[in-house]
Design a protein. Structure first.
Length: 421
């Protein structure tokens, strides 16, 4: 057995299998129901849902200010519990502000009619999304990965089933948005189950301890939050820009490509990220290197993804027509162009915790700012200069591939440099 394989012990494998299986089950169900979704809802309605979720995604990141990372790295369980309480307090404050803004826009008549119900669901969904995400860090810290896995599965399955049920019930206008809310609510109930019995010291909200934790880990709010926010804005910027430059039908085609390929892969990446973050954090606390582990994982991902991309490239037009209907065939061309981007971003997202572990949050923020600027430039050329959605997605994919490869190389260099110290 090589040294790299020795790092990948049974605990890491078991935890990885739990979270990756949970993500896999949820994403498989989501993809399985999409043949029904594409026949029950129009591209325009799917485009509207994507814009709604993009707004929620940005809000959910702001809501915890990235203090959930402190849950993992705190040495004392009581301090980790205080970090959870800090995240929840910030979540309540952020969600309340968003709710007030959305209510004002609605009552002032500043929103189009089709967005009035949608806007009022933004704040509740931000709160639930952030709550579920933060609590998953707490359960993972305590090696209860099954709780996080259950949350992921229940959330995704409930969301998917609700889309179909509401679609058949004739709720074509609001069905997709309401399903997103139902799925998140039921998922959070799952992760909250028996929280007082097995949750240790969380949900006690000691004000003094919360303020001390916020000061102690202020680097997460000052550097990791802008870093993560730039990352999320970069991911969601195509939806924002395309919604402004193209009609919602084109946005719907791009959204289908995101939902059946990119977002499932990102969900897998986030699950793997949590497990690796925990393991590399433990190694760092013991002054052990993680360079061999990270290099080994990257090599394995390349060996898996390269042949998979080749096969998908050949089969995508046929698969799209068979599974989603002739109305959605245009999405296959966009998805083909996004395949390299999908692979590279998966690898980069799996490892993007590395700068936080090694205290390089400032540098990581600068890197994300560069990536954000490059993405904005690429989207601007495709959407507002060329004004062609195909060219827009092609440029975007190429730029993100190069950027993600650069990120991966930097992460591995950080781990290797730590190994020599």
């Amino acid at each position: 057995m090589t040294k790299a394989n020795q790092y990948i012990d049974s605990k890491l494998i078991i935890n990885s299998v739990k979270l990756l299986t949970a993500s896999g089950v949820g994403q498989i169900v989501a993809v399985v129901v999409y043949p029904f979704v594409t026949r029950l809802y129009s591209p325009d309605e799917l485009g509207t849902l994507s814009l709604f979720l993009a707004i929620v995604g940005v809000g959910a990141i702001v809501a915890s200010a990235q203090y959930e990372n402190a849950v993992v790295i705190e040495k004392k369980s009581s301090d980790a519990a205080t970090a959870v309480d800090l995240c929840l307090a910030l979540n309540v404050l952020c969600s309340a502000v968003v709710a007030i803004v959305c209510a004002f826009l609605t009552f002032a008549g500043l929103l189009p009619e089709q967005w009035r119900l949608t806007a009022n669901l933004i704040a509740p969904l931000i709160f639930l999304s952030s709550l579920g995400y933060v609590l998953s860090f707490w359960w993972n810290r305590n090696d209860r990965y099954g709780k996080s896995a259950a949350y992921s599965v229940v959330h995704s399955v409930t969301n998917s089933v609700s889309k179909v049920v509401l679609g058949f019930a004739g709720w074509h206008k609001w069905g997709l948005v309401i399903s997103a809310f139902i799925g998140q609510a039921v998922g959070v109930l799952t992760i909250l189950f028996r929280i007082r019995t097995h949750g240790g010291e969380i949900l006690r909200f000691r004000f003094g301890d919360i303020v001390a934790a916020a000061r102690r880990h202020k680097a997460f709010a000052l550097y990791s939050l802008p870093h993560k926010l730039i990352n999320v804005l970069t991911v969601n910027m195509p939806i924002f820009v395309m919604s402004a430059a193209f009609d919602m039908v084109q946005v719907g085609f791009f959204a289908l490509a995101l939902n059946v390929a990119m977002r499932p892969m990102w969900a897998f990446a986030r699950a793997l990220n949590q497990v690796l973050f925990q393991r590399v954090g433990e190694n760092e606390s013991r002054d052990e290197s993680s360079a061999l582990l990270l290099n080994s994982i990257c090599r394995r991902m390349v060996l898996v993804f390269v042949p998979l991309v080749v096969v998908l490239w050949m089969l995508l037009p046929w698969l799209t027509e068979v599974f989603f209907g002739t109305e959605w065939v245009a999405a296959s061309g966009l998805l083909r162009m996004m395949l390299p981007w999908m692979v590279c971003s998966f690898m980069a997202l799996s490892l993007n915790f590395v700068p936080s572990v090694y205290g390089r949050q400032k540098a990581a923020f600068v890197v994300e700012c560069v990536g954000f600027a490059v993405n904005v430039a690429a989207l601007s050329v495709g959407a507002f200069v060329v004004r062609n959605v195909v060219v827009c997605v092609s440029i975007l994919s190429m730029v993100n591939c190069l950027y993600s490869v650069g990120q991966i190389c930097w992460y591995l260099m950080l781990a290797a440099k730590r190994n020599t110290q």
